[in-house]
Structures are given as structure tokens and as C-alpha cells.
Ligand binder design. Structure first.
Ligand code: PNS
Length: 204
């Protein structure tokens, strides 16, 4: 579309914006991950993704090398409950290459979350490898709310396994499943750790 002269420029940019947004929201996006267990950060990203994509497929990797805490069925069950209200969110599982799975469901985008700069290197590597494998598939990064910027499934498992509180880091249904899963010797604390208030400096 050629750039018109003023005063039509404002309409030109409005139209361009509409077209670009239209492109982004059309089609299927896949949000792949381990989700072991799903955290509030995952849920935050799913909600954000569901607002910009026509359909979002949350896909759990089945053949992870790591020994998982929750089975794929348990993770599916938790995610099903957590996303029940999001009508354009679908759940699935996959094996092997993510790009092959994306192609099989006709997804045009991959959604991934970036919490902090430390995530960037790994995510960039993965996105570029996926682009090498399938150049037509675009990776879209979104940031979860900053209050979840330090929350990861690995840390949640670690804290829970040591009996620490995970309230506020994972949805209630996940916290309940963690309680059921953990060794009965460990009891998850009910409350958040209390932050010790800092002493105020006295004015001279
Ligand atoms: O939640 P995670 O563990 O960070 O998710 C990583 C995941 C599942 C997205 C990634 O390991 C993956 O896509 N695995 C499938 C195998 C694959 O396609 N590997 C090449 C990508 S570089």
C-alpha cells in the first residue's frame, strides 16, 4: 500500500494497524512445554495468548527426558480444569519435534514466555533451531506478569518437595495435587513465607 499524503495518513496508519493485527490474530498458535506442573506464570501466558490468537493449542511434551513429577494425564487434567473458561484454548500432547506437531495441526505460530534475560539465550536458540527446521513457523515471545517473573515449574517442585509454601505461585488445583503427590512426611506449609520488614534509616 503506497504511503499517502496528509491528511489521509492517519487513515493509512489505522488501516495498516488493522491489517497487521488481523494477521497476528488469525490462525492457530501452539504453546508447547513440559508444564510439570502448570504454574501461575503458564496460566498468565495462556490467558494473554488466547487474547491475541484465534486458537491456542497448549501442547505437553510426552517424551521428555527428565523424570517428571506428574504424568502427562495428570498435567492434562490440571490444564483442562485451569483453561475450562477459555473457549479458544485447546489441549494436546506431542512426541518428537515440536515443528512437526505444529505442522500437523496447521499452527502458524509458536508461543513462548520470556520471564527474564536469563531465559532469552535458551529461547533464542530454540526459536532459531525451530526456524531452521520449519522456516514458515514464527515464534512469538510474550512476557508473563512481572509478579511471576521468578516462577518456574522446577523451582515450584523444589520448594514443594522441601515442604515450602507454593501458594500464589501455582493455581489452587495444582497446589492440591502437589500436596497429594508429595511424601506424607513433607507437609506443604499453608502460608507464604513472611517477609521481614526492613528497618527504616533514622533521619540525622
Ligand atoms: O517447558 P519447557 O520444558 O521449557 O519446554 C521445552 C519444549 C517442550 C518446548 C522443547 O523442549 C521442545 O519443543 N521439545 C520438543 C523437541 C524439539 O522439537 N526439539 C527441538 C527444538 S530446539
Amino acid at each position: 500500500m503506497p504511503s499517502p499524503r496528509l491528511p489521509h495518513r492517519i487513515f493509512y496508519y489505522a488501516e495498516l494497524n488493522r491489517r497487521l493485527r488481523g494477521r497476528l490474530t488469525k490462525g492457530i498458535a501452539v504453546y508447547p512445554g513440559s508444564f510439570d506442573p502448570p504454574t501461575n506464570g503458564h496460566l498468565d501466558l495462556i490467558e494473554r495468548g488466547s487474547k491475541i490468537f484465534e486458537e491456542l493449542v497448549v501442547a505437553i511434551l510426552r517424551n521428555s527426558e527428565k523424570s517428571p513429577m506428574f504424568t502427562v494425564s495428570e498435567r492434562l487434567e490440571m490444564l483442562r480444569e485451569l483453561t475450562a473458561d477459555l473457549k479458544n484454548v485447546r489441549l494436546d500432547t506431542f512426541d518428537g519435534l515440536m515443528v512437526e506437531f505444529a505442522k500437523s495441526i496447521d499452527a502458524k505460530c509458536v508461543l513462548r514466555g520470556i520471564r527474564a534475560i536469563s531465559d532469552y539465550e535458551y529461547e533464542l536458540q530454540m526459536a532459531l533451531m525451530n526456524r531452521k527446521l520449519e522456516p514458515t513457523l514464527e515464534t512469538v515471545f510474550m512476557m508473563p506478569a512481572d509478579k511471576y517473573s521468578y516462577v518456574s515449574s522446577r523451582l515450584v517442585r523444589e520448594v514443594a518437595q522441601a515442604g515450602g509454601p507454593v501458594k500464589g505461585l501455582v493455581p489452587d488445583v495444582v497446589e492440591q495435587k502437589l500436596r497429594e503427590k508429595l511424601d506424607p512426611a513433607y507437609k506443604l506449609r499453608d502460608t507464604q513465607l513472611v517477609e521481614v520488614p526492613r528497618k527504616r534509616k533514622r533521619k540525622a
